[in-house]
Design a protein around this ligand. Sequence first.
Ligand code: MLT
Length: 267
Amino acid sequence: MKMVQINGFQMAFEDHGKGIPLLLIHGYPLHHKIWEPQIQQLSRVARVIAPDLRGHGASDPLPGSYSITFHADDCAALLDHLQIKRPIIICGLSMGGYISMAFCRQYAARLAGIILVSTRARADSPEEKKNRELAASQVQTTGVGSIVSSMLTKLLSPQTIKDHPPLKKQLEEIMKNISPETVVSDLHGMMDRPDSLDTLRRVSLPALLIHGREDALIPLEEVQVMQAAMENSRLHVISAAGHLPNLEQSVQFNQIIHTYLEGFPHV
Ligand code: MLT
């Protein structure tokens, strides 16, 4: 794990392999470890960079809400630090997808392709915002336990939980160690994010959408809306997976990305 001082904090990140840069952005309330199978396998064909977002994993926290835009700015600053000038492929999962869409809005010229995993384009509904506020006040009074237990039941498909008990344990470990401040900052950042459908309509880069058929957090219909908006996109639905297809079906997931990467020169 490497560290860099950017935008007022120490950001931790993994950086492995050579070739086209593939920036992997984790979701909430997780950190870069969810990309372990991708870091291991895809770094044979690409330069895989996987940061811990501010406040997550080994990256320092900062006070205030973590707007999705701040995270996109942090990713751009990391690329500057690594002196990466060539266009990259960004790959974001769930909240990481919201960040990838924000990155697309602000740094389109830095992108060669975009991979959106288990995510949606629309903003939160008023009811979802209210639920995030409720979750945030519960975390402020009782800690992250409520988030850990509710997310644990939603991240993995029932079949994955049955077949791979260590995966559930691993996710529990990651989530147990997140601070209440970071959870609250994430919740506020996500509830304030704008709708990104217009951003996607403007994307002509090759886009890949990957979704677990049993995702309990984001229904497939939401991804189909994104695909319809993007002129140059392909959607892969992975059957035996929930919200984390990269972990639940890592071989199939990596194969899909591997094939996508072959479409780019000088991989
Ligand atoms: C995530 O997995 O990153 C979040 O659950 C997304 C969300 O809550 O909107």
